[in-house]
Design a protein around this ligand. Structure first.
Ligand code: G3P
Length: 217
């Protein structure tokens, strides 16, 4: 399973990369705004800064919603850096754009996916990644993890190469559950990744090992 961090915060990206387990970064317009990155030039520069902190894929989202503008914006983003993956919303013109980018060899991440049907369409259009938002489904009392399981089954049935990028991960158990269900990638906050480290028996065990060592030395 690949680990992506879902943030535009450079310090958090550095921290995840320093742990040695970071495979990429996803961003979205809300995450960019949260870091105070505004204005087209600043946003484009920030994507390059992020690419320079990781060897992996960096998802950069288009703002346009009509086909021609999505294409123009996506090509501009893809030209920024070889690690850029163009993030395209699951809308009619977005699906057309996924097919266009796929034919041109530009990698894509289809975002705002909330149903198995949308995921099937994204795969048919040649998306490199599909991003089902599991946390936001949980927020409305729907089973986000069930969507991962449905998409896994459909993609395996037809050997689609689109990677399932479990997004809107909110906590560590989401990461573990997505791994059990066979998601190819998860993207979440730094806290969800770091939470994988924790177990009270590890802390108790280490404390005892160190205390016993101290007794004999
Ligand atoms: O980047 C897309 C997705 O991961 C957003 O997550 O927590 O805003 O639902 P969240």
């Amino acid at each position: 399973m690949k680990f992506f961090i879902d943030t535009a915060n450079l310090d958090q990206i550095r921290e995840a990369a320093a742990l040695g387990v970071l495979d990429g970064v996803t961003t979205n317009p809300s995450l960019m705004a949260k870091e105070g990155i505004t204005g087209r030039n600043n946003i484009l520069k920030h994507y390059v800064d992020i690419c320079n902190l990781t060897d992996g894929d960096v998802s950069a989202e288009v703002i346009a919603t009509d086909f021609k503008k999505i294409i123009a914006e996506g090509e501009e983003l893809a030209d920024l850096h070889e690690q850029i993956v163009v993030k395209v919303p699951m809308i009619r013109d977005g699906v057309k754009a996924l097919k266009y980018f796929s034919d041109k060899g530009i990698r894509t991440n289809c975002t705002l996916v909330f149903s198995a049907g949308q995921a099937l369409l994204a795969a048919k259009a040649g998306a490199s990644y599909v991003s089902p938002f599991i946390g936001r489904l949980d927020d409305i009392s729907t089973d986000g993890l069930n969507l991962i399981s449905e998409i896994r089954q459909i993609y395996d049935n037809y050997e689609f190469e689109t990677e399932i990028l479990a997004a809107s991960i909110r906590h560590t158990m989401h990461v573990i559950d997505c791994a059990k269900l066979g998601a190819d990638v998860m993207t979440g906050p730094l806290s969800a990744i770091m939470g994988l480290l924790n177990h009270p028996l590890t802390d108790i065990g280490l404390e005892k090992f160190l205390a016993d060592y101290k007794k004999g030395n």
